[in-house]
Design a protein around this ligand. Structure first.
Ligand code: PGA
Length: 251
């Protein structure tokens, strides 16, 4: 039985005080939830303050990215031990916005995944096809490439610490959600990849989140699919009520 995991990806939003307010409101709304893993991913500057609000709660902390070196002359970067130091449990890696705007590739994703794991941070590895790739019938090829490229050289026990987020790029921030059937089809395909790369046992344990315009109105149907184990929520996670409602709908 896989425990669903719902993560709020706040992207480039919220000052420290706004992030603390949002977290405090959310913590009250979800404090009785024990059967869903809850995660929020604020900007780097708010991580520490948000941690102070949630450190005794059922909400865990994620960063939105990291760099693979621990320290050194890498201006502007933040490393895995630094994220651990401010209370992160998870880190989002390879989000499509990073792939599109910041030159992220499967190789950099894989380096980041390994760095996270070596410091006991659990990676949320994002994969997903562009609209033109879906329309050209290339969805499975792209997903295969993103998944396999992100997990190169991971042992089975390292893989057990990872979450995969399937986010069709055409559904992110557009209001267009994949239908539950479309999501299920790709999630089941991802599980097959993991079975082939590792084992049936491993693949049955990995949580695969869906992301892309998840809202309170569509969460329950998406989450009821057999291979959908939670959500990576962007826009709707910036409002405590709607994020809490998504959590409730997904149980
Ligand atoms: P969205 O973003 O929910 O605003 O579509 C999802 C994501 O990018 O993780």
């Amino acid at each position: 039985m896989r425990t669903p995991i719902i993560a709020g990806n706040w992207k480039l939003n919220k000052t420290v005080s706004e992030a603390v307010d949002l977290t405090s409101e959310l913590a009250k709304l979800v404090d009785n939830i024990t059967d869903v893993e809850l995660v929020v991913a604020p900007v780097f500057t708010a991580l520490s303050n948000v941690y102070n609000v949630i450190n005794t709660s059922n909400i865990q902390l994620a960063a939105q990215d990291l760099y693979w070196e621990d320290s050194g002359a890498f201006t502007g970067e933040v490393s895995a031990p630094m994220l651990k130091d401010v209370g992160c449990d998870y880190v989002i890696i390879g989000h499509s916005e990073r792939r599109q705007y910041f030159g992220e590739t499967n190789e950099t994703v894989n380096q980041k995944v390994k760095a996270a794991l070596s410091h006991d941070l659990k990676p949320i590895i994002c994969v997903g096809e562009l609209l033109k790739e879906r329309e050209a019938g290339k969805t499975e090829a792209v997903i295969d490439d993103h998944v396999k490229g992100g997990i190169v050289d991971l042992t089975e026990s390292e893989m057990e610490s990872c979450v995969i987020a399937y986010e069709p790029v055409w559904a992110i921030g557009t209001g267009k959600t994949a239908t539950p059937d479309q999501a299920q089809e790709v999630h089941s395909f991802i599980r097959d990849i993991l079975t082939n790369c590792y084992s049936e046992n491993l693949s049955s344990q990995i949580r695969i989140q869906y992301g892309g315009s998840v809202k309170p109105e569509n969460a329950a149907e998406l989450m009821s699919q057999q291979d959908v184990d939670g959500a990576l929520v962007g826009g709707a996670s910036l409002d405590a009520q709607s994020f809490a409602e998504i959590v409730i709908q997904s149980r």
